[in-house]
Design a protein around this ligand. Sequence first.
Ligand SMILES: CC(=O)SCCNC(=O)CCNC(=O)[C@H](O)C(C)(C)COP(=O)(O)OP(=O)(O)OC[C@H]1O[C@@H](n2cnc3c(N)ncnc32)[C@H](O)[C@@H]1OP(=O)(O)O
Ligand SMILES: O=C([O-])CC(=O)C(=O)O
Length: 371
Amino acid sequence: MTATRGLEGIIAAESKISSIIDDTLTYVGYSIDDLAENSSFEEVIYLLWHQRLPNREELEELKQQLAENAEIPQQIINLFRAMPLDKVHPMAALRTAVSLLSAYDDEADVMSEDANYRKAIRIQAKIGTIVAAFSRVRRGLEPVAPKLELGYAANFLYMLHGKEPDPIEVEAFNKALVLHADHELNASTFTARVCVATLSDVYSGITAAIGALKGPLHGGANEQVMKMLTEIGSIENVEPYIMNKLKNKEKIMGFGHRVYRKGDPRAKHLRAMSEKLTALKGKPELYEMSVKIHDIVVREKGLPANVDFFSASVYDSLDIEHDLFTPIFAVSRTSGWLAHILEQYANNRLIRPRAEYVGPKHQKYIPIDER
Ligand SMILES: CC(=O)SCCNC(=O)CCNC(=O)[C@H](O)C(C)(C)COP(=O)(O)OP(=O)(O)OC[C@H]1O[C@@H](n2cnc3c(N)ncnc32)[C@H](O)[C@@H]1OP(=O)(O)O
Ligand SMILES: O=C([O-])CC(=O)C(=O)O
C-alpha cells in the first residue's frame, strides 16, 4: 500500500452534481459561463439539488421556501452577543451558529429523504441571515430581519448593510454566489460527504464543511488575498512585495489549484467584475494592483489565479468586511455541500480509506518508571 499525498488524482466518489469538462466548470453539465451570465443563485440551488433546471413555477416555489425560512432563532443572536466579538473569527462564529441551529430544528435527527430536503431548505435559507446578523451584532447594530420579496443575493446585502442594494451590486453578488456554489470534490465538500457517510445528520455535515473551508489553502484564501492587497498598499510596492515572498518560498494567496493547471474558469468572471466594481466605487487601484500581482505570479511561477483572487476586490467593492469574505463563500457553497450530502445519503457507503503505516513496528512496552 502506497499513500498518494493529498489524495491527488484519486477518484473517491461518483457524482452527478458538478464536474470540470474540457477545462470548464460545469454544474450538472451546464457551463459555469452560461450560468454566471443568465441564472439566479436560487436557480443554481435548484439545479444542484434536483440535477435539472427548474421551470418558472418550481423556481418560484423554492424562492418562496427560502424566503419563508430565512429568519433565525433569537438564541443565535444571543450566542453572538455572548461571544468575545473582538477576537472570534466570523468563520468560527458561523461554525458554532450552524451547530447550534440544529438544536432548534425538530427534524435535526430525522433521517428520511423528505426531512433531509426540508433541512436543506432551512439551512440554506438561514445561513445568509446568520452571517449578516453576526456582522451587525459585531458592529453594535441590531440585526436586520430578512425582506421576503427580495431575492437571495439582494436580501443578503440588505440584511448586511441595512439598506436595499443597487441593481449593479445585486447582479455582481448574485454572480459571485453562482460561481462559488459547487466545485466537485473540493476539500470542504469531501469533508461533508465523509461526515454524513457515517449517517450523521445534515447539520453535522455542514458544520464540518465550514471548518474545512476556513483554512487559507481553501476558502480562507480570499481573506488572505485582501490582507495582501492592503499590505501592499500601492502599485509601486507590488513588484518588490511579491518578488520577496517568492524568494522566501512563501505562497501567494489566490494562486494555484490542485485540479486546474491552465487556470480557474471562474477567475475571468471575477476579474471582469473586479474591474467594473472597483472603477464604480472609485478604487481602481485595487484592480490595477491585482492585475500586476497576477502578471508577476504568472511570469515567475506560471501559476494562474484561482476563484479566490479577484473575488477579494469584488467583495471589498461591495463594502463587505474583509473577514466576512470566507463566510460569504460558505453561504454560496452551502448549496453545493447540501447537494452532495443529499447525493451521499441517496447511495451511501461509509467512507473509510486506509493509511500507509510508516511508524515503528514491534516495539517492546517499557513500564513508565523505566522510560
Ligand atoms: C477555493 C479554493 O480552495 S481555490 C485554492 C485557494 N488557495 C489558495 O489560493 C492558497 C494558495 N495556493 C496553494 O496553496 C496551492 O496552490 C493549493 C493548496 C491551492 C493547491 O495545492 P497543491 O495541489 O497541493 O499544490 P502544491 O502546494 O503541491 O504546489 C505545487 C508547486 O507549486 C507551488 N505553488 C502552488 N501554489 C502556489 C502559490 N499560491 N504561490 C506560490 N507557489 C505556489 C508550490 O510551492 C509547489 O512548488 P514546488 O513544487 O517547487 O514545491
Ligand atoms: O476544488 C478545489 O480544490 C478548490 C476550489 O476551487 C473550490 O472549492 O471551489
